[in-house]
Design a protein around this ligand. Structure first.
Ligand SMILES: Nc1nc2c(c(=O)[nH]1)N[C@H]1C(S)=C(S)[C@@H](COP(=O)(O)OP(=O)(O)OC[C@H]3O[C@@H](n4cnc5c(N)ncnc54)[C@H](O)[C@@H]3O)O[C@H]1N2
Ligand code: MOO
Length: 402
């Protein structure tokens, strides 16, 4: 019985969780890494009540006052003042500067008139206007960011704004990438009869290079059981994760499962998806081994749909964040022929339309890599379901991120 995609993904995520050691990283080097601790608000934010505008802090209720004497000047970076503004007194103030006690509102300078140091208003003002109050955004002791959050430039900036210099993160993964097959040679080598150039390793390595993980090009494994076992033993010692493509189908020259069964545990294989049916994964000691089908499109689809979510989980991200992102887009094509396996088709999504339009690309065969360079999404077509023009279909955007 073939396993369906949703069940397979759920099981994979349930059974792959973070085992990486925790390291202290300087904030400026921590982007894309995953927090290994909850981080708390250290300072009420804003730290102190301050002005949101260049203008004047007004003392006393502005409804009961019509003019103010300018008695003080406060710039950003000045210490907090102890002197209370009295009714009828104003302080010249700048954006970010601490408001003095007694301030009821700040009037922006465009809405004032000043004569002989006396200020009058040229527009209405409400109590509290243009004041950013201490603690109105964040309260000391609240959670700022949670364990399992993958840092982005915005979260790095947030940590910096709270004075954090270092953060505890999970050590990035060391990932070994193999291709398998006697037919494979590397680009640059002379092409001989029966050989083809390895594409899958180039796909996987360059994709993984977008991450902070440590990616090792482990080369090409021949279709040979002993050599496969020797290589996998070594990889399982040195890597956290092993990824291979090819050699997982049912042919006599497909040695990868057999080698894994000898060295560790094969967890599942054969999925009800097209392409990607012979996807399998397993473990050698505690090291996770993903075995992708060799057809380049099958490699790409199973990497995007299964391995990436699992890698995110293994890197420490929360389960919820690991699920692939989807959008609904409107089919601009008909597809009457249905399949018993769930299909992932290469499509072009036109986001300039609302709702987004999706067109089917030609040459969907699982050995046909060229279409992928035009595709910006994978359309999921459920089992035994035709597609009619105008139907809303589920798209997994393909942006080669991780
Ligand atoms: N009797 C059956 N045969 C096949 C089945 C099946 O169920 N019964 N499944 C087919 C499906 S579906 C797929 S997908 C492939 C996957 O097979 P393998 O993972 O064992 O992959 P290989 O046989 O090694 O290679 C398949 C195909 O892809 C080419 N290839 C492999 N690696 C690379 C690479 N690194 N770069 C470029 N191209 C690569 C390889 O030359 C083959 O043409 O099995 C079907 N067969
Ligand atoms: O399912 Mo295979 O992965 O068609 O090419």
């Amino acid at each position: 019985m073939l396993k369906n995609y949703d069940e397979a993904l759920e099981e994979l995520l349930q059974r792959t969780s973070i085992k990486q050691p925790i390291e202290d990283y300087p904030l400026l080097k921590a982007n894309h890494l995953v927090l290994a601790e909850n981080i708390y608000v250290q300072y009420d934010t804003p730290f102190f009540s301050n002005s949101a505008m260049d203008g004047y802090a007004l003392g006393g209720d502005p409804c009961q006052c019509s003019e103010w004497q300018i008695t003080n000047r406060i710039a950003a970076g000045d210490p907090l003042s102890n002197a209370t503004l009295q009714t009828g007194e104003a302080a010249r103030i700048f954006t970010g500067a601490p408001i003095p006690p007694g301030t009821s509102a700040v009037i922006q300078q465009e809405n004032t008139k000043i004569e002989n140091n006396t200020l009058t208003l040229t527009s209405q003002i409400k109590k509290g206007q243009n004041i950013r109050y201490q603690g109105e955004e964040l309260k000391k002791g609240d959670i700022l960011l949670t364990q399992g959050h993958r840092l982005t430039p915005a979260s790095v900036a947030l940590l910096a704004s709270q004075g954090y210099q270092n953060v505890k993160i999970y050590k990035p993964l060391t990932i070994w990438v193999y291709s398998t097959g006697n037919e494979l040679i590397n680009p640059g080598q002379p092409l001989s009869s029966g050989k083809i150039f390895d594409a899958n390793r180039y796909l996987l390595i360059t994709w993984l290079q977008k991450t902070r993980h440590h990616v090792i090009d482990a080369g090409i494994l021949p279709d040979n059981r002993d050599k496969t076992e020797i290589a996998l033993k070594k990889a399982a010692k040195e890597a956290d994760i092993i990824i291979s493509s090819g050699g997982v189908s049912v042919g006599e020259e497909d040695h990868v499962h057999a080698a894994l069964q000898q060295l560790g545990q094969l967890i599942f294989w054969k999925l009800a998806i097209k392409p990607g049916k012979p996807f399998a994964w397993g473990q050698i000691n505690s090291k996770i081994f993903f075995m992708l089908p060799g057809n380049p499109v099958s490699t790409l689809v199973t990497f995007q749909q299964l391995v990436i979510p699992a890698l995110r989980h293994l890197a420490g991200e929360t389960l919820q964040n690991c699920l692939p992102k989807t959008i609904l887009a409107q089919a601009q094509f008909e597809k009457r022929k249905t399949q018993a396996r769930r299909e992932f088709l290469r499509v072009r999504v036109d986001y300039s339309q609302s709702p987004a339009h999706v067109s089917l690309l030609n040459n969907q065969g699982s050995a046909m890599l060229a279409t992928f360079s035009q595709a910006n999404g994978l359309a999921e077509i459920p089992e035994n379901t035709p597609v009619h023009k105008g139907d809303f279909i589920k798209i997994y955007p393909l942006d080669y991120s991780l």
